[in-house]
Design a protein around this ligand. Structure first.
Ligand code: ADP
Ligand code: MG
Length: 617
């Protein structure tokens, strides 16, 4: 075939291949146009998942009769002059409308503030019809019917109506967060209607919109972020570490008000939470970056959701630093959602007796009491409280170590003592009892606090390991005989390569022939550990993360793996002084509101809520 110029329609269809991927992309483009026209109301209606019909109506500036023809012509835009580096609108490429018109039946009816009449234009699979007069209020209505009728191949790739509707809803939610003062409605044939009332543009209004879109529990379980570095401003909210999701879909990022999906931002969020979240959990976040348009390129892809920063390191550093700082400043905070779940769990409690039956209840009581008689073995030193002294600064009970008698009497005493007045005013309160050998029940002036002692202690050990790491090498304890650990050769090699790093933590090991390492010293902080298991876990940990992580991240992961081995097992009885010391230490340790796996280390139930449970309020 000789070289020839493609027809206008062909060119538009090729562009549509990138810009208009599915119904949700049409909605995105049309809503962007409405917002660029300064609309205060945007109404969206779809049918058949958007494949039959998409109609977007706005009350914005409108398009004059004279310009309607240009609006649907390729490369025609009112938004870009001659500086590609100064983009302040959502659109700028002048190709959405002609692209849509080339693959669907498009009609635009519009009226500006200064004209008495509306006008209408249509394009049908690329064929433009003449402008004709119409009746309409101020603003614009764009209707798209039979999407992809002109490109049946694309039509075949569409998922079911439900999936397309969901994608459309996500687009609207995403963009609505950046425009809290605009009212959005989305109605589909499946009767699921999204209605986002206009809020004001203040931080409060913005938060209200975020709550409308992401659920009311997100603001309650989030930390506000506001930071600036070298002219780049970061604002928004991130979830506290105990409020997470199984995927990153609930992370919304905006650059100069434009919703973006950016790997750098997603990576920075992950980096900021690496200490406090397990690998398979993801924070919920809404982040707004504001920066000089000249320092960010949005012209990366026709869909305009990708960006490139001129200084990626600055942006990453700002995000990681600001989130970490926010998490640190928030200190320990339990998820109120945990308490809400607890409230919910209590309510059906009235009926649980029926389900389990009395004999069942009795059996479980029996099992508990038996295990409490045998579960703690004072001779097993691995359950000792390590080098971390809970009594530090609380000089009341200087003796360390364990003796079963003291333990039992301490345990029976715990519930009887009046809580010391001063402790009631602290954040985690006065310890009143330990139940099921792992849960510390404490009382504050206005709440009941339950601490998971194993999780809390693991977190404290982790923080202590990390701190010690930066101040000095950690003390180790020499084993009487070196312990030989047999491992796959790869693992042995990897451990040997990292032996210097491990030595910083007080773990000294060396190669011991093929497929083995000899461990000579273990970290004193961990007490007596299962060396074999510790070394194997570390080998796994290093194999998993070696290539992907920075040295610092790697050290933190090693610390977390070690902390897991050194923490107080559930099952260890604690004396009241020890419990109180643990609570005080939690209060003093940043990040101790969650364990290393991101689960809460304590939950708090307000007295008011307890009273509600008993019908007193
Ligand atoms: P772009 O948004 O990149 O400029 P489009 O093809 O989406 O390109 O739109 C072309 C032009 O049509 C816009 O620049 C704008 O002037 C006009 N336009 C489109 N939609 C609207 C609307 N809802 N209200 C007012 N003007 C609109
Ligand atoms: Mg546009």
């Amino acid at each position: 075939m000789p070289i020839h110029q493609l027809s206008e329609t062909m060119i538009n269809q090729i562009a549509a291949g990138e810009v208009i991927e599915r119904p949700a992309s049409v909605v995105k483009e049309l809503v962007e146009n409405a917002l660029d026209a300064h609309a205060s109301r945007v109404e969206i209606v779809t049918a058949g998942g958007g494949l039959n019909l998409i109609r977007v109506t706005d009350d914005g500036a409108g398009i004059s009769e004279r310009e309607l023809g240009l609006a649907v012509a390729r490369h025609c835009t009112s938004k870009l002059s001659d500086d590609i580096h100064d983009i302040r609108s959502l659109g700028f490429r002048g190709e959405a409308l002609p692209s849509i018109g080339s693959v669907a039946r498009l009609s635009i009816r519009s009226r500006t503030a200064t004209s008495d009449n509306a006008a209408e234009i249509g394009i049908d699979g690329g064929r433009v019809s003449p402008v004709r007069p119409a009746a309409a209020n101020r603003g614009t209505t764009v209707e798209v019917r039979d999407l992809f009728f002109a490109t049946p191949a694309r039509l075949k790739f569409m998922k079911g109506e439900r999936a397309e509707t969901a994608a459309t809803s996500d687009v609207v939610k995403r963009i609505s967060i950046a425009f809290p003062s605009v009212r959005f409605t989305l109605a589909g044939t499946d009767r699921s209607t999204l209605e986002l009332a206009a809020a004001d543009g203040s931080p409060d209004g913005r938060l209200r919109r975020i709550a409308q879109v992401m659920g009311a529990d997100f603001p309650q379980n989030s930390i506000a972020i506001d930071a600036e570095r070298e002219g780049v401003r970061l604002q928004g909210h991130v979830s506290i570490p105990s409020f997470t999701r199984a995927n990153a879909l609930q992370q919304y990022a905006y650059v100069n008000g434009r919703p973006v999906r950016d790997k750098l931002i997603a990576g920075a969020i992950r980096g900021a939470f690496v200490d406090v979240l397990p690998r398979d959990r993801h924070a919920v976040a809404v982040l707004f970056l504001t920066l000089d348009p000249a320092t960010v390129d949005v012209n990366v892809h026709p869909a305009k959701a990708d960006v490139r920063f001129r200084d990626p390191g600055l942006v990453r550093g700002l995000i990681v630093g600001a989130i970490r700082e926010g998490l640190g400043a928030a200190g320990i905070r339990a998820a109120t959602t945990g308490a809400a779940g607890m409230m919910a769990a209590f309510r059906p409690g009235f009926g649980s007796y029926d389900r389990g039956g009395p004999s069942n209840a009795h059996r479980s009581y029996d099992a508990t009491s038996r295990s409490s008689a045998t579960g703690y073995d004072p001779a097993r030193s691995s359950q000792r409280p390590l080098d971390m002294d809970f009594r530090n600064g609380f000089g009341e009970s200087p003796q360390s170590g364990f003796d079963a008698d003291a333990m039992l009497s301490a345990d029976s005493r715990a519930g009887q003592n009046e809580a010391p007045e001063a402790l009631l005013g602290t954040q985690l309160g006065a310890a009143r009892a330990q139940v099921h050998q792992n849960y510390i029940v404490a009382q504050t002036n206005d709440s009941l606090v339950i601490v998971d002692q194993h999780a809390a202690h693991e977190r404290l050990v982790y923080e202590a390991l990390k701190n010690a790491l930066y101040s000095r090498a950690l003390p180790s304890q020499m084993l009487l005989l070196p312990e030989i650990v047999d491992l796959p050769e790869d693992d042995a090699e990897r451990l040997a390569l990292h032996s210097e790093t491990l030595a910083c933590f007080g773990l000294r090991l060396e190669r011991f022939g093929p497929g083995a390492v000899a461990v000579r010293e273990t970290p004193a902080m961990l007490g007596e550990v299962d060396t074999q298991k510790l070394v194997r876990d570390l080998a796994d940990e290093i194999a998993d993360n070696d290539t992907t992580e920075t040295l610092k991240e790697r050290l933190h992961h090693i610390a977390a793996t070690m902390a897991c081995h050194g923490s107080v097992r559930s099952g260890r009885l604690l004396k009241p002084d020890e419990m109180n010391a643990l609570l005080r230490q939690m209060e003093a340790t940043p990040g101790s509101g969650t364990c290393n796996h991101g689960r809460p280390t304590y939950i708090e139930l307000k007295l008011a809520d307890i009273e509600r449970l008993f019908g007193r309020r």
